[in-house]
Design a protein around this ligand. Structure first.
Ligand code: CP
Length: 313
């Protein structure tokens, strides 16, 4: 199914049917990725520009790889070597790149709303690859897809997101997306990083991790975001680990079939003890792996032809 929207900026306004459509496409693209030559001509002739104004490893590389796997032409923008350094405005930069006939922009920016601003100023499709503390829709899609693959269902699963929820665009997109898929959302973190207003989104709030940890099917730890001031809102990393970390001791009390996730990058020894690294429950690298197929599906849904044509490739 091709989704009927120009842009993917948020999971707030996306329907369950659209999410299911993206997941079905991602399954087809996972099969493509497993082929000896993992490439299809689905986006041949299309141009995608990756605009990363903020640092990234996973999102940037998986979008680039997704574009290459779909045979799109790609442009990679680097703010530090662009005309921005000569005083050009961001809007002028975007309009000039757009004038070169770009079909889609993938944008990460430290300002909330930057992708929405770009979307209003270009006829091209815009994909939000993380804006400030607002949303990171493709991360949430790959998270939910990975859970579905592992658990073979979504409805009724109990999810616990732990940590710096205040600054987390991943948490916001996951909350919107997971609630739509019928999952039960529980949030836990220090009061300074978890305002009660999240209750109004349909989440249960916990400040004591040990009150909820043993009940949940999915444990998603979040990074304490030093660059957004998260560290100044906790006493110390040591204290944080003791109260909110998935420690070796706490691993004894989680459900046998619980899954442990993290969007990355991980502060090992803070959010997760190193003991988590070797566990089968740790599906962090499977999240990363699925990021390519999900981003292929999103690009294809926005700027590709109909689904039938992938099967012919
Ligand atoms: N999950 C995530 O957004 O990671 P990067 O910052 O490395 O892209």
């Amino acid at each position: 199914m091709k989704i009927k929207r120009k842009d993917l900026l948020s999971l707030k306004d996306i329907t369950k049917e659209e999410i299911d459509g993206i997941f079905n496409l991602a399954l087809s693209f996972k099969e493509v990725i497993r082929r000896p030559i993992p490439k299809v001509p689905a986006l041949r002739g299309k141009t995608v520009c990756n605009l990363f104004f903020e640092s990234s490893t996973r999102t940037r590389f998986s979008f680039e790889l997704a574009e290459k796997r779909l045979s799109a032409d790609t442009l990679n923008f680097s703010a530090s070597t662009s005309a921005l350094t000569k005083g050009e405005t961001t809007l002028d930069t975007l309009k000039n790149i757009g004038a070169m006939r770009v079909d889609a922009f993938v944008i990460r920016h430290s300002f909330t709303g930057a992708p929405h601003f770009l979307a209003r100023n270009t006829p091209a499709s815009v994909i939000n690859a993380g804006d400030g503390t607002n949303e990171h829709p493709t991360q949430a899609l790959l998270d939910i897809f990975t859970i579905k693959e592992k658990k073979n269902k979504l409805k009724g699963l109990k999810v616990l997101i732990i940590g710096d929820i205040l600054h987390s665009r991943v948490a916001r997109s996951n909350i919107y997306g997971m609630l739509k898929m019928g999952m039960e959302m529980n949030l836990c973190g220090p009061p300074t990083l978890l305002p009660r207003e999240f209750e109004s989104l349909g989440c249960r709030i916990f400040y004591n991790l040990d009150k909820i940890l043993s009940e949940v099917d999915i444990i998603m730890a979040l990074r304490v975001q030093k660059e957004r001031g998260g560290k100044s809102l906790i006493p110390s990393f040591r204290e944080y680990r003791k109260i909110y970390g998935i420690t070796a001791e706490r691993l004894k009390y989680i459900k046998k079939d619980a899954l442990i996730m993290h969007p990355g990058p991980v502060n090992w020894g803070v959010e997760l003890d190193y003991d988590v690294l070797e566990l089968d429950k740790n599906i962090i690298l499977e999240q990363v792996k699925n990021g390519v197929a999900i981003r292929m599906a999103v690009l294809y849904s926005l700027i590709g032809p109909g689904k039938e044509e992938i099967d012919e490739d």
